[in-house]
Design a protein around this ligand. Structure first.
Ligand code: NDP
Length: 328
């Protein structure tokens, strides 16, 4: 057994430390599949973990990184054999199970999804948890019965990772997409992705009225707090908002008015423990419903040595679109 490169998080006297270092293979946790990690990605939660800004990491030492794409090296799981190309998102990686910013990962074979036909490992991680969560939100809205004929859809945190993928997918599906952003300088970028309208997030950040003018039939919110409350109060009769994030806060200062007077639904989206069948559906839909040219436009590439600095930038709201991390 040898060592491999990894971003290791340790507990310090005050908070945590993060460093790119060598990790001993003997310290890998239990799992029936060992994967050679080729690509990972940077999500908001990764930013929290590498900067120690929130207690995301609950086991030490930890390898940060909540998702990877790579090739199976060894497997005793019936579904996987050496050479298979796989994706893994969440399941506590980087939180309670050693994570993805590493040349090697050992996980349960039950957590893995096969890389879809025609999708590269790099593209899978350019999508990453943020993009897969955007697709889970789209699927939830569809299951609710939303179609482009019902009216516009709003996407908040539009220039971020979840937001950028959501806009690209929804516009390809034929929706009139309203993108809400705090960065008007990114209006051109958002229109190129497929936004029909770009609004200032200031319109959605004050205290929410119980009910306001009906503006959209559906929405995907990665911001939370008063933004989500305003979204709900502006949702059309029997519309739905899929809530997946908390970039502005975990609170939800809303009232029951949208639910009981307009029949509006609030759909909760969790990517971490999402059942495997729904993951497979999401990844297969991403292979078809996300334009690879648009994915390339929203993606920047970094390597492992740049992850910690980029983690601070994502928390500061300074990252546009998605960051893919080259491991080897
Ligand atoms: P990003 O940082 O890439 O995007 C978040 C965006 O939110 C920013 O780009 C910015 O968009 C907007 N934003 C940031 N701060 C504020 C603020 N104070 N007020 C209003 N808007 C703000 O993160 P991701 O897209 O990776 O993740 C988005 C959220 O979704 C995070 O909270 C993350 O934890 C959550 N998430 C949840 C998952 C789940 O399983 N439920 C999975 C993945 C992510 P703009 O500049 O356009 O205004």
């Amino acid at each position: 057994m040898g060592t491999f490169k990894a971003i290791r998080i340790d507990k310090a006297e005050k908070g945590t430390t993060a460093a790119l270092t060598q990790f001993d293979e003997a310290e890998l946790m239990a799992g029936d599949v060992t994967v050679r990690v080729e690509w990972s990605t940077l999500n908001y939660k990764d930013g929290l973990a590498v900067t120690g800004k929130a207690p995301v990491v609950r086991r030490f030492p930890m390898i940060a990184g909540i998702d990877f794409a790579g090739t199976v090296e060894q497997s005793s799981h019936p579904q996987w054999k050496a050479g298979d190309q796989v994706i893994c998102n969440g399941w506590g990686m980087g939180e309670t199970h050693l994570g993805a910013y590493a040349e090697k990962a050992r996980v349960s074979g039950d957590w893995l999804v096969r890389l879809p036909e025609g999708m590269s490992a790099r593209d899978a991680m350019a999508i990453g948890t943020a993009g897969y969560t955007a697709m889970l939100a789209v699927l939830a809205l569809e299951q609710h019965g939303l179609t482009p004929a019902n009216g516009p859809v709003v996407v908040t945190g539009a220039a971020g990772g979840v937001g950028s993928v959501a806009i690209a997918v929804l516009s390809k599906l034929g929706y009139h997409v309203i993108a809400s952003t705090g960065r008007q300088s990114e209006a051109g970028y958002l229109r190129d992705l497929g936004a029909a309208e770009v609004i200032d997030r200031g319109e959605l950040t004050g205290p929410a009225k119980p009910l306001a003018r009906e503006r959209w039939a559906g929405g995907i919110d990665s911001v939370g707090s008063t933004t989500l409350a305003n979204l709900l109060s502006m949702t059309k009769y029997r519309g739905a908002i899929a809530a997946c994030g908390l970039a502005a806060g975990m609170d939800l200062p809303s009232s029951v008015a949208p639910f009981i007077l307009r029949g509006v639904c609030l759909l909760g989206i969790d990517s971490v423990m999402c059942p495997i069948e729904l993951r497979k559906t999401a990844w297969s839909r991403l292979a078809g419903d996300l334009d690879s040219r648009k994915l390339a436009e929203i993606t920047q590439e970094i390597d492992l040595s740049q992850v910690i600095e980029a983690g601070a930038r994502i928390l500061a709201g300074q990252v546009r679109g998605r960051i893919v991390v080259k491991i080897v």
